[in-house]
Design a binder for this molecule. Structure first.
Ligand SMILES: Nc1ncnc2c1ncn2[C@@H]1O[C@H](COP(=O)(O)OP(=O)(O)OP(=O)(O)O)[C@@H](O)[C@H]1O
Ligand SMILES: [Mg+2]
Length: 355
């Protein structure tokens, strides 16, 4: 017996362009190719897939089609609760789904909250200040040391990150804060600038089956313009929207770094995972400070799963898991967590769930 898996997603081409005046408006959303690849991966596991594109009719389609489980990729539309919307609807309807719950998704999308949660759990993260729209910068920058880095408080996929996000003076900082307020209509996060290399750690599973995937190192590719590199290209690389949208980064996995540094980031990633109560899959981003110590940047409990470009697919490959294997591992983690029954002989899941 096969399972019916709903695939919930937002397409780049189907974005309301609510504000419509910034080039990275749809950066978080998926290409049709990624959706096709994930659907094919789910089908390769013997499941029947129904498509659940985000939009006004979603609730009705879900009520009517009643999938056994939903594979959730939906980023939603709107402000900091947008990623929580589909999981909240699924909880209302009693439909199980892959990935983290609405609270985890909301606390991660709000980077200031995420940083407080990480710091509270003993995970180092750069000192920061959140500046709400309508408010100016405090004269002493809240005690932050220059240079700082300015970004929107609740975006992903490098939305609102530009070469000029690094600000060397109070004047540059105020200008970037204003730009964030005007362009993204949300608070700006001002963080002390981290001058070291950048890494990401993927996690997969739950409880005793939770694994950390090999550490990914992000470096500038050959075409990255000089302004994105600072004085020390290897370290001072800004993974901006300009770089990400043109795939100009180079990601290596496993990163060629000392074992102790990799082990430290894996341990921190697990601590962050626990603090945020993540489920099934997530990716934690770090950058090194001036002393070479990893600092938490943010957690992505709804990470990109593009076959060609995503860090998760890369890290899974480095761990010996091919792309369908990664997608089915996420689904299997959610099925096991929801007490679905797996036939011992065939290994196939059935819609039957333990009470
Ligand atoms: N405090 C900082 N110091 C230096 N660079 C930073 C800092 N914060 C962010 N960056 C740079 O900006 C990039 C994007 O930041 P961040 O990971 O917070 O945003 P994001 O858009 O949510 O990322 P993702 O695409 O992983 O969702 C980082 O990968 C890093 O290159
Ligand atoms: Mg990031």
């Amino acid at each position: 017996m096969s399972l019916t898996v709903g695939l919930a997603y937002n397409l780049k081409t189907h974005c309301p362009w609510a504000r419509g005046h910034v080039e990275d408006e749809a950066a978080d959303y998926d290409d049709p190719q990624t959706i096709q690849e994930i659907a094919a991966a789910l089908e390769s596991g013997g499941h029947r897939v129904i498509h659940l594109p985000y939009g006004a009719g979603l609730f009705g389609v879900l009520e009517h089609s009643r999938p056994d489980i939903v594979f959730n990729l939906a980023e939603g539309w709107g402000d900091r609760n947008r990623e929580s919307l589909v999981p909240a609807i699924l909880e209302y309807l009693g439909v199980p789904y892959t990935g983290s719950d609405p609270l985890t998704l909301g606390c991660s999308l709000d980077k200031a909250w995420g940083k407080m949660l990480a710091a509270q759990s003993g995970v180092p993260t750069a000192p920061f200040l959140k500046v709400d729209p309508g408010r100016g910068l405090p004269a002493d920058l809240g005690g932050l040391r220059l240079p700082v880095f300015v970004k929107p408080n609740a975006e992903g996929s490098s939305k609102g990150i530009r070469y000029r996000s690094k600000a060397a003076t109070a004047g540059e900082t105020a200008a970037m804060v204003r730009w964030v307020h005007e362009t993204y209509a949300q608070p700006a996060l001002v963080e002390e600038y981290l001058p070291g290399r950048e890494f990401s750690v993927g996690l997969l599973g739950n409880g005793e089956t939770l694994v950390t995937l090999p550490v990914i190192g992000v470096r500038p590719g050959r075409d990255v313009p000089r302004e994105a590199l600072g004085e020390d290209p290897e370290n001072e690389f800004i993974y901006s929207y300009e770089v990400k949208s043109r795939n100009m980064e180079e990601a290596e996995c496993p990163a060629r770094i000392p074992i102790a540094l990799a082990a430290r980031m894996e341990a921190l990633a697990r601590r962050v995972w626990d603090a945020f109560q993540c489920r099934d899959v997530a990716r934690v981003d770090f950058k090194l400070d001036a002393d070479g110590s990893p600092q938490f940047l943010e957690i992505n409990p709804l990470p990109s799963l593009s076959r060609e470009w995503s860090f998760l697919a890369l890290a899974a490959r480095a761990a010996g898991l091919d792309y369908p294997g990664l997608i089915l591992a996420i689904l299997d983690a959610a099925l096991a967590r929801n007490s679905f029954h797996r036939e011992t002989e065939t290994g196939r899941w059935t819609p039957w769930r333990a009470a």
